[in-house]
Design a binder for this molecule. Structure first.
Ligand code: NIG
Ligand code: FE
Length: 421
């Protein structure tokens, strides 16, 4: 199947020489082409350029039977990449939201057996079918906001059977959904009540009982640990990351959300692909990340929803680091999977320029889930996962006009999957 998107007002995030990610001050640059076209064949970007280029006339004269999509007044971007979510969950948790409004902290709710353990209790009862149906609805919703790839974590199981159930659900979502999906095993998301005071035993179980089965059944692309105050220690985290490496499963960890937990350094030391949250990032953490292959990922939705302090993103970029953005879509700390909202929060709350936020939500988040060779930019040979916006005046309008859907059409693998009115 071949089609041409033509008369594009501005084609955003094009790459002639694709890079894995962009860092520091380079994040301020986004290459665009005004009055542009994109040509797609068999789900792959075959060509792009200016409407005035000879390549376009050549293409039109040599290509038979191609569909034409006229995008006059509209922008085209690569779809967003959401590299951190927990979007398989059994039920919403708005009761805790009310507790939070009344003044309880995330840690206080967790200490009472609420939070993650609340979802874990409900997860025991949930059937795979129910979990698939509700997750598919969430996936369709995030596609309509322009997401084209998503990482999904387990971590509401916390028992062998329940963790495997979650990962099997994610495996089926990979087959059913047009999204590009990566699965992360997060057995060490919270310490079950019966292991409190004896958490090494739970870590033993994650390493010796859960991980071998996860690896044998090929259920996870990555492994995660919630390395933070009141959750897992640096020692626990290092043990789990080392075990992951033994099975060829790389880390992508929760770190430094609640304190200077040492999680960032542990992640870098064990070659994690990303360290995520990062509200508590100081000079030592920045130093550890410089010259590493680990992508610092911030999750504005969770920081906003929990009323946390914000990660020092400007200092991190000034130090030359890359930044990725993701939603953290989950029922406890970030009940939204809308990447457009995340881009607005990044600019309003973290003072990221629109170009920096778009880089962070496309090419850098693609790196953070291991797909930047196929996604995250408009480049020849990459997957045709594209957003056509509604008629909008400028690219800056995307974060500025927050709270409404600026995406009109979403194309995944070269097929139109959503058209919003
Ligand atoms: O990323 N920080 C740890 N885990 C999730 C919260 C999950 C939940 O509360 O259900 C997060 O914010
Ligand atoms: Fe998370």
């Amino acid at each position: 199947m071949k089609f041409l998107i033509e008369n594009i007002k501005e084609l955003i995030q094009v790459e002639d020489n694709p890079v894995k990610y962009v860092s520091g001050h380079d994040m301020r640059n986004i290459k665009t082409i005004r009055n542009a076209f994109v040509f797609v064949k068999d789900g792959i970007i075959e060509d792009f350029g200016s409407m005035d280029s000879e390549r376009l006339s050549e293409l039109k004269s040599t290509t038979s039977k191609m569909d034409i999509i006229d995008s006059t007044g509209k922008m085209v971007l690569p779809t967003f990449v959401d590299s951190h979510t927990h979007l398989v969950f059994p039920a919403s948790r708005e009761i805790e939201y009310i507790d939070k409004i009344k003044g309880l902290s995330y840690e206080e709710i967790a200490e009472r057996g609420g939070g993650i353990l609340n979802s874990a209790r409900l997860m025991q009862e949930a059937s795979e079918e129910e979990l698939i149906d509700s997750a598919m609805e969430r996936l369709d919703e995030i596609i309509s906001y322009g997401t084209g790839a998503v990482e999904i974590k387990s971590g509401y199981g916390l028992t062998l059977d329940s963790e495997i159930k979650m990962l099997r659900v994610i495996k089926q979502l990979k087959e059913k959904s047009p999204l590009t999906i990566k699965a992360t095993f997060l057995g060490a998301h919270s310490i079950p009540m019966e292991y409190r005071g004896n958490q090494e035993k739970y870590v033993d179980m994650v390493i010796n009982e859960m991980l071998p089965i996860v690896a044998e059944q090929n259920l996870a692309d990555y492994i995660d640990v919630f390395c933070d105050k009141g959750f897992f220690t640096v020692k626990d985290t290092e043990r789990i990351l080392e075990a992951g490496v033994r099975y060829g499963i790389r880390g992508k960890i929760h770190a430094n959300e609640l304190d200077y937990s040492g999680g960032i350094q542990a992640g870098v030391k064990h070659g994690a692909l990303s360290v995520d949250h990062l509200e508590f990032t100081g000079d030592d953490e920045i130093k550890a990340l410089i010259n590493s292959d680990t992508m610092p990922t911030v999750l504005p939705g969770a920081a906003f929803f929990l009323g946390m302090k914000y990660a020092p993103v400007r200092e991190m970029m000034d130090a030359g680091l890359p930044i990725a953005l993701a939603t953290d879509f989950n029922p406890g700390s970030s009940p939204s999977g809308n990447m457009q909202l995340i881009i607005s929060m990044a600019s309003i709350l973290y003072k990221m320029l629109p170009e920096e936020a778009i880089n962070a939500a496309t090419i850098n988040s693609a790196y953070a889930m291991g797909v930047s060779d196929q996604l995250g930019s408009i480049a020849i040979g990459k997957k045709a996962n594209l957003i056509i916006t509604k008629e909008i005046p400028t690219v800056e309008y995307l974060p500025y006009y927050y709270g409404t859907n600026k995406v009109e059409t979403v194309i995944l693998n070269g097929h139109i999957v959503t058209v919003n009115s």
